[in-house]
Design a protein around this ligand. Structure first.
Ligand SMILES: [Fe+2]
Length: 415
C-alpha cells in the first residue's frame, strides 16, 4: 500500500505544479472556473484510477479485467504527460530561481538603491506554451496507441538461409503469431481483421508461440470462431506461454486435470495442435523438417519452468532440420544454444516489445531491452537463429506505441 501512497502523492504533486503553470495560459476573459473544474475532474479520475489499479493488484485480479486495463491506460498516459510537462517547467523554474539568487546576491553587495523590481523573474508564457505543446506529443501518442495502435497489425517479412534445409522446403512460409492475450482483446472486428491478414500471407504453416489468455482459459471463448478461420497448408501449431498457467493457480490441485482438458479442447476447437514438450514431422514432397514445441520455460523465479527440451526432442534425429517454438526467449540463451541437438530456428514471443518503443530501419529501442537481451526480431548465434515476435494482443496497458502488433512471415531458404 505504501507504493499506492507514493504514486498518488507524486501524481498529486505533479498535478498541482502543472495546474499553477497552466492557469497562467488561461486568457483573461475566459471563465477560469471552466478550466478549474475540468482540471480537477481529470485529476480525480487519475487518482481514482490509481486507487482502482492498486485495489485490483491487492485482490490479485489484474489480468482479465477491462476496467484494470482502462485504469492503467489512464494512469500511464497521465503520468507520462505530467512528467514531460513537469520536467520542462522545472527547467524554467530552476533557471528563474538561479536568476533570483543572483539578483539577491548582487543586490546585497551593491550600494546602489537601484534594486530590481522583481527578485525572481516571472514565468515566460511562451515557454509554458512550448512545454504544453511538447507534452502534447507523448499524450497524443498514448491516446493513438490506446485507440488505434493496439490493433495496428504489421506484417514483418524475414528470409533466412539454411545450408541444411531440405530442398523441398526452399521458400516454405512459416507465419508466426504470439501473445494473443484474449482477455485484453476488446474488439472482435479488429481481431478478425488480424486473422484475415494472417491468412492473406498464404502460410504453409502457422505457429502460435503462447499466451493465449491472460489468466483464465474461458477468456478465449468469444474469439474461438474467429481463430478457427486460420488457414494454412500444414496446420496451426501452438505452445503454452506463462500466462496460460495462471488460471490453475486459483483452483484446487485435484481440479487441474479437468481445467487443462477443457483448455486443450478449446485449442483443438480452433484447429490448433498443442506441442507440449513434443515434436511433429512436417512432410513435403518426400522430405521433412521437425517442428518442436516446449511448454513455458522462463528465466527468473516468477516464470513456469516446465519446458523440457530433452523430452520434446526424444524422437528427433540429431541431423534433422528443427524449428522450435518456445514462448520465452530466455529459454534460447539458457537452454537451447548449448543443447547437444542443434536447433536451427527458435520462435519466441513474451516480451511484447514492452508495447512501447521505436522501431525504424537501423534503429530500435524499447524499455524491453533493459529486461531482455533478446527482445524483438532476429538473432543469430553459431548458425542457430532466434526470432522474437512482438505479439498479436496486449497486456495491462491497453495500447501499443511504436511497438505495433506483429504477424511474422518467415521464409526458409535452402542455400
Ligand atoms: Fe505475453
Amino acid at each position: 500500500m505504501s507504493q499506492f501512497y507514493f504514486l498518488s502523492g507524486l501524481t498529486i504533486a505533479l498535478q498541482i505544479y502543472a495546474f499553477f503553470a497552466l492557469q497562467s495560459l488561461v486568457k483573461a476573459g475566459t471563465p477560469k472556473w471552466i478550466f478549474i473544474i475540468g482540471y480537477v475532474l481529470l485529476s480525480i479520475l487519475v487518482i481514482y484510477s490509481i486507487y482502482n489499479m492498486y485495489s485490483a493488484i491487492q485482490a490479485r485480479n489484474i489480468f482479465s479485467s477491462t476496467q484494470f486495463n482502462f485504469n492503467i491506460g489512464v494512469v500511464i498516459t497521465a503520468l507520462v504527460t505530467l512528467v514531460f510537462f513537469g520536467a520542462m517547467m522545472l527547467t524554467q523554474d530552476v533557471a528563474r530561481l538561479g536568476i533570483g539568487a543572483w539578483n539577491a546576491i548582487s543586490g546585497a553587495l551593491s550600494d546602489s538603491a537601484d534594486k530590481p523590481a522583481q527578485m525572481i523573474p516571472g514565468r515566460r508564457n511562451f515557454l509554458t506554451w512550448a512545454a504544453t505543446l511538447i507534452a502534447a506529443v507523448p499524450f497524443s501518442a498514448m491516446i493513438y496507441g490506446i485507440t488505434r495502435g493496439k490493433y495496428n497489425f504489421k506484417v514483418s517479412e524475414v528470409s533466412i538461409n539454411f545450408p541444411n534445409l531440405p530442398k523441398a522446403f526452399d521458400g516454405f512460409k512459416i507465419v508466426q503469431i504470439s501473445d494473443i492475450h484474449s482477455g485484453s482483446l476488446d474488439d472482435l472486428e479488429q481481431v478478425a481483421k488480424g486473422v484475415a491478414l494472417i491468412n492473406e500471407q498464404k502460410p504453409d504453416l502457422i505457429t502460435f508461440t503462447g499466451d493465449l489468455v491472460n489468466s483464465d482459459k474461458n477468456e478465449v471463448d468469444p474469439f474461438i470462431n474467429t481463430f478457427k478461420q486460420l488457414e494454412s497448408k500444414h496446420g496451426t501449431y501452438a505452445v503454452l506461454g506463462n500466462h496460460d498457467y495462471y488460471g490453475t493457480y486459483r483452483i484446487e490441485k485435484e481440479n487441474e486435470p479437468a481445467y487443462w482438458d477443457d483448455f486443450f479442447a478449446k485449442y483443438a476447437s480452433m484447429g490448433m495442435t498443442l506441442l507440449n514438450n513434443a515434436s511433429v514431422k512436417i512432410e513435403k514432397d518426400g522430405e521433412s523438417i521437425q517442428l518442436t514445441g516446449v511448454e513455458n520455460w522462463g528465466a527468473g523465479r516468477w516464470f513456469p519452468k516446465k519446458g523440457d527440451l530433452d523430452k520434446a526432442l526424444k524422437d528427433v534425429d540429431n541431423d534433422a532440420f528443427t524449428v522450435l517454438m518456445s514462448h520465452d526467449p530466455t529459454h534460447w540463451e539458457e537452454k537451447v544454444i548449448g543443447h547437444p541437438k542443434k536447433i536451427d530456428l527458435t520462435l519466441s514471443g513474451h516480451t511484447h516489445g514492452m508495447q512501447f518503443g521505436i522501431n525504424m530501419p537501423g534503429f530500435k529501442w524499447s524499455p524491453a531491452q533493459m529486461r531482455y537481451k533478446h527482445w524483438m526480431g532476429l538473432y543469430n548465434d553459431a548458425d542457430q537463429y532466434l526470432y522474437v515476435n512482438r505479439g498479436f494482443g496486449f497486456l495491462a496497458f491497453p495500447g501499443r506505441v511504436g511497438m505495433w502488433p506483429e504477424i511474422t512471415v518467415i521464409e526458409l531458404k535452402a542455400v
